[in-house]
Design a protein. Structure first.
Length: 388
C-alpha cells in the first residue's frame, strides 16, 4: 500500500492587495494551512507529500519566507516522508525562478544522496522512488506558457521501474471555450492515455476530481483560499493506492486544513423589521474566519430601508468578509387603487402596466428597477421622507 498527501496552489507570499490591512493576516493563514498540511501528513503517516505547483505566489520571495517553507519540509524528512514539488505558473521555472535562486532541498536538509525533498525541473521530469515502489512524473517548462501538454506522449504503463505511477501537473483541464487561453492545458483523452495510476493536478483553486479512462485525477484546491470567493478551497487530499485481487484501487479522501469557512444566507425581506434588526441578526453570526454571503430575497415592505453597503461597513470587523446583496423586490400595489384621475392613481396604474409588460417580455432587470420607482413614488406621494 502507498499513501500520499496531495496539495497545490498554496500561493505563499501572495500580496492580497484587495484585502488592505487584512493582507498580512491572510498570508499567515495561508502559511498556517501549509503547516497544517504537513501536520496531517505526519499524522496520517503518508509516504509522499506532493505539491502540484504554485507553492509560492511568485518568484519574488525573501529568503526568510523560503526558509519557513524549508523548515516544514524538514519536518517531513525527519519522519522519512519524501516531498516532491513541481513549479507552477506563478512560481514558474524561468530564469528568475525561486527554485533557481534558492536550493530548497538543501535548505530543508536534504541532499542528492538521500532525496527527501525533490524539485522536478525541465531537466528532471520524473523521479523513481524505490522505497515507495513508485515513479512520480512531473513534466514542467521553463516558460509560463507551455509549448505543449505536460502529458504529451506520456505512457507510464510502459515504464517498468515501479508498481505505481503518479503524475504531477499544474494545468487546466480542457473545457472548450473556457480554458483555451490557459497557459498549460491537459485533456481527458491525454489523461486516459497516460497510463498513470493517479494524476495530481494543480491550478484550479477548488477541490475537483474525476476519472478519465481508468486514470483518477484530482485538484485538491488551495489549502487556504487565495480569493474570498473560492468556497471549495481549504482542503488537501490523502490518496491511498492498494493492490487487491480484483485489481488496483485508488481512494481519495478530502481533509480540511484551511481555517476559512464560507456560508450563504438567504433572508426573507418581509420578515425584517429594519436595518438595525438585520445588523443585530448578522452580529449573532460573527466569526473572524467566516466569509458570509447574505442575500435579501422575497417581497419587501415599502417602509423597509436597507443599505447593504452600510451594513457591510458596520460589521466588517466581525467577519473575514461580509457581502450583503438585496435582491428582494417591492410589491405591486395591493387593494383598491386611488382614483385614476389623481396623481397617485395615474402614477401607480401607468408604472404597474409598464412593469407587467417588462416581466411578460422577460426583462426582469428593467422590471426590478421600475418596482423600485413604484415603491419610492408611493412613499413620496404619501408624504413619507425617502433616503436615496
Amino acid at each position: 500500500m502507498l499513501r500520499i498527501l496531495h496539495t497545490a496552489d498554496v500561493h505563499l507570499g501572495a500580496r492580497h492587495a484587495d484585502l488592505g490591512e487584512q493582507a498580512n493576516a491572510q498570508r499567515e493563514r495561508q502559511f498556517a494551512a501549509f503547516r497544517a498540511s504537513v501536520d496531517l501528513a505526519l499524522a496520517q503517516k503518508v509516504d509522499l507529500f506532493l505539491v502540484a505547483g504554485d507553492l509560492f505566489d511568485s518568484n519574488t520571495q525573501p529568503r526568510r519566507s523560503v526558509e519557513r517553507v524549508a523548515a516544514e519540509l524538514a519536518r517531513l524528512a525527519e519522519s522519512k516522508i519524501r516531498a516532491v514539488i513541481i513549479p507552477g505558473t506563478h512560481d514558474v521555472y524561468d530564469r528568475a525562478s525561486v527554485y533557481r535562486a534558492f536550493d530548497l532541498p538543501e535548505l530543508a536538509g536534504s541532499s542528492a544522496d538521500d532525496e527527501w525533498v525533490i524539485v522536478l525541473t525541465p531537466e528532471r521530469p520524473d523521479v523513481h522512488l524505490e522505497a515507495c515502489d513508485a515513479v512520480v512524473h512531473g513534466r514542467v517548462f521553463a516558460t509560463k506558457r507551455a509549448p505543449h501538454s505536460p502529458l504529451q506522449d506520456l505512457r507510464a504503463a510502459d515504464d517498468a521501474r515501479a508498481t505505481w505511477h503518479i503524475g504531477l501537473a499544474h494545468a487546466a483541464l480542457a473545457i472548450p471555450g473556457r480554458t483555451d487561453g490557459d497557459a498549460v492545458v491537459v485533456t481527458t483523452e491525454e489523461i486516459a492515455a497516460s497510463g498513470l495510476d493517479y494524476l495530481a493536478l494543480g491550478h484550479w483553486h477548488s477541490t475537483t476530481r474525476g476519472l478519465a479512462g481508468s486514470v483518477r485525477w484530482a485538484y485538491p484546491g488551495a489549502p487556504e483560499p487565495v480569493a474570498i470567493d473560492q468556497d471549495r478551497a481549504g482542503k488537501v487530499l490523502v490518496v491511498t493506492f492498494e493492490e487487491e485481487p480484483g485489481g488496483r484501487q485508488v481512494t481519495i479522501e478530502e481533509h480540511q486544513v484551511g481555517r476559512t469557512r464560507f456560508e450563504r444566507l438567504e433572508l426573507d425581506a418581509a420578515a425584517l423589521a429594519s436595518q438595525p434588526a438585520l445588523e443585530e441578526r448578522l452580529t449573532g453570526l460573527a466569526d473572524p474566519d467566516l466569509v458570509l454571503d447574505v442575500r435579501l430575497i422575497g417581497v419587501r415592505p415599502d417602509e423597509l430601508d436597507i443599505h447593504p453597503d452600510e451594513v457591510e461597513a458596520r460589521l466588517a470587523g466581525s467577519f473575514l468578509r461580509l457581502r450583503v446583496r438585496d435582491v428582494s423586490r417591492p410589491p405591486l400595489t395591493e387593494g383598491a387603487l386611488p382614483a385614476a384621475d389623481t396623481i397617485m392613481g395615474a402614477f401607480i396604474r401607468d408604472t404597474q402596466a409598464r412593469i407587467g409588460a417588462l416581466e411578460t417580455n422577460g426583462q426582469e432587470a428593467e422590471a426590478a428597477e421600475l418596482r423600485d420607482v413604484l415603491r419610492l413614488g408611493r412613499l413620496l406621494l404619501a408624504g413619507h421622507e425617502v433616503t436615496l
